[in-house]
Design a protein around this ligand. Structure first.
Ligand code: ADE
Length: 225
C-alpha cells in the first residue's frame, strides 16, 4: 500500500510514523508513506497557499491551484483508490472504514488548514471525506495520522499475530474485554481466577461475556444494529 499525504505542515506528521507498529510496517515495506508539501506546488512568488474567502467573512481558504498541481502530478504517476479529504464535516471514521481502506493499494490524504479548502477541490478531486470525530482540530494532519495508524495496523502481515487485530475493540461491534498480566496478585488486587485456571474454553466464554457486558454498559449504541 502507498499513502500520499498532502500537507502544509509535514513536520506535524513525522513522529507517528517513526515508532512502534507503523514504523515496523514502513521498514517491512508493507506500506510506503510519502509527504508532499503544498508550498512546493505554489505558483506565486510568495508561495501563497491561501486567500480570503469570496463574499467576505473570517478566516482564509486554501487555494485550488497548488492542490490541483499536486494531485494531478500524483495521479499521472499511479491510479488511486480514493482521494480523501480530512475534514470535521466528513463521514465519521470507524473500524469498518479502516478495514475497507486497509485493503486499498494507493490513497491520497489531503490535510486542510485555516477555514478549509476551496469547495471546487472537494467537488472535482476528492472522492471521500473523513472526520475523526465531532471536534475541530487546527488542521487535518493529526487526523490523517490517526487514520493512517488505524489502517496500517490492519494491512495483512503488519501485526505479528493476525488474530490480535481481530480481537480489537469494535472489530465485531463489541468493546474488548478486560486484560491482565503478571503478577496475579498486586497489593491484594487479584486477577479474575478464571484467567489463571488454564481452561481455555471457559476463558473464551468469560471474555465474550465481559465484552458484551462492557459494551452494554459503556456503548449500548453499538449493540443496536
Ligand atoms: N480537520 C480538522 N478537524 C478534523 C477532524 N475532526 N477530523 C478530520 N479532519 C479534521
Amino acid at each position: 500500500m502507498r499513502i500520499d499525504i498532502i500537507t502544509l505542515f509535514p513536520e506535524l506528521l513525522i513522529s507517528p510514523f517513526e515508532a512502534s507498529i507503523v514504523k515496523r510496517a514502513i521498514e517491512g515495506k508493507k506500506v510506503d508513506v510519502v509527504f508532499h508539501n503544498l508550498r512546493d506546488y505554489t505558483v506565486s512568488k510568495h508561495k501563497q497557499v491561501d486567500d480570503a474567502p469570496f463574499g467576505g467573512g473570517a478566516g482564509m481558504v486554501m487555494m485550488i491551484e497548488p492542490i490541483d498541481k499536486c494531485i494531478t502530478k500524483l495521479k499521472a504517476e499511479r491510479s488511486y483508490d480514493e482521494i480523501i479529504y480530512m475534514t470535521p464535516d466528513g463521514e465519521q471514521l470507524n473500524q469498518k472504514i479502516s478495514n475497507e481502506c486497509s485493503l486499498m493499494q494507493n490513497i491520497i490524504l489531503l490535510c486542510g488548514h485555516y477555514k478549509g479548502v476551496d469547495q471546487r477541490v472537494r467537488d472535482h478531486f476528492i472522492t471521500r471525506e473523513i472526520s475523526i470525530g465531532d471536534f475541530v482540530l487546527s488542521g487535518g494532519e493529526l487526523a490523517a495520522a490517526v487514520f493512517c495508524d488505524s489502517i496500517i495496523r490492519l494491512i495483512p502481515g503488519v501485526l505479528g499475530n493476525e488474530s490480535s487485530a481481530l480481537s480489537d475493540s469494535y472489530q465485531d461491534n463489541l468493546l474488548a474485554p478486560p486484560i491482565y498480566t503478571r503478577p496475579a496478585n498486586y497489593n491484594g488486587w487479584e486477577v479474575p481466577e478464571i484467567l489463571t485456571s488454564g481452561n481455555t474454553p471457559a476463558v473464551d466464554l468469560w471474555r465474550e461475556e465481559q465484552a458484551f457486558e462492557r459494551t452494554q454498559k459503556l456503548r449500548p449504541d453499538l449493540l443496536e444494529d
